[in-house]
Design a protein around this ligand. Structure first.
Ligand code: G4P
Ligand code: NA
Ligand code: NA
Length: 194
């Protein structure tokens, strides 16, 4: 997505060879117009898939799931990282290992909100190591729902997430694919035309 790539170049800050700060428009302060366009783009890419639900993980996936599900006309669900006191019903859960924080945490979704009839699109802000996204695919599998694919806003293609998920047969659509980056600049896999 051309506008997204331009915005990453303009307002993103490369903190190291592996960490991109996009706080100014994507995951702290949020640009609502850009967010809605991202949702429309995911809806367009997966238009033929008869999606019934969008699934993400708190916190930075939520606004993209909202935009995508709004464009598709279906609900979205976000996996919780901590078990809420009101979450008394049964849940599907999966462990996620965070490489950045070197800890494992549980993500969970109430069994009420995923069923074998669901055709699910996963949406998230980053595709990096893939740990969180693989946890979400596990939850979909446990629910016997159908995973249609993954929409990632930014993919760091030099990390192993895409490879791991493609090995599992998952369709991935990323709107900006970063081949490499350094404080001197960001190289995308391809220049977008749309
Ligand atoms: P992941 O690939 O499965 O996301 O796992 P990883 O352990 O690599 O990433 C941990 C968290 O850091 C994730 O957020 C992920 O979205 C985020 N992240 C990964 N790479 C980058 C990056 O280059 N820049 C920024 N800004 N974030 C990155 P999370 O744990 O889901 O937390 P939240 O922010 O959604 O609450
Ligand atoms: Na995230
Ligand atoms: Na994040």
């Amino acid at each position: 997505m051309k506008e997204l790539q331009e915005r990453i170049v303009q307002d993103g800050k490369v903190l190291s060879a592996s960490v991109l700060k996009v706080d100014a428009f994507l995951n702290h302060q949020v640009d609502p117009q850009l967010t809605m366009k991202i949702g429309e783009r995911f809806a367009q890419l997966f238009a033929d898939e008869k999606i019934t639900k969008v699934l993400t993980i708190e916190a930075s996936g939520i606004h993209f799931a909202l935009a995508t599900s709004f464009a598709l006309g279906v609900p979205f669900v976000y996996a919780k990282k901590k078990k809420a006191v009101t979450l008394t019903e049964e849940v599907y859960s999966a462990p996620v290992h965070s490489f950045t924080r070197q800890e494992t945490y549980q993500i969970s979704v109430s069994k009420q909100y995923l069923s074998p009839d669901d055709r699910v699109l996963i949406v998230d802000d980053f595709l990096a190591t893939g740990a969180a996204l693989i946890g979400l695919t596990q939850i979909i599998k446990d629910a016997n729902a159908h995973l249609v694919g993954i929409g990632a806003v930014i993919e760091k293609s030099f990390q192993e997430g895409r490879r791991l998920l493609e090995q599992a047969g998952v369709r991935i659509e990323s709107l900006a694919r970063i081949a490499s980056m350094s404080p001197e600049g960001i190289q995308f896999i391809q220049a977008e035309t749309v």
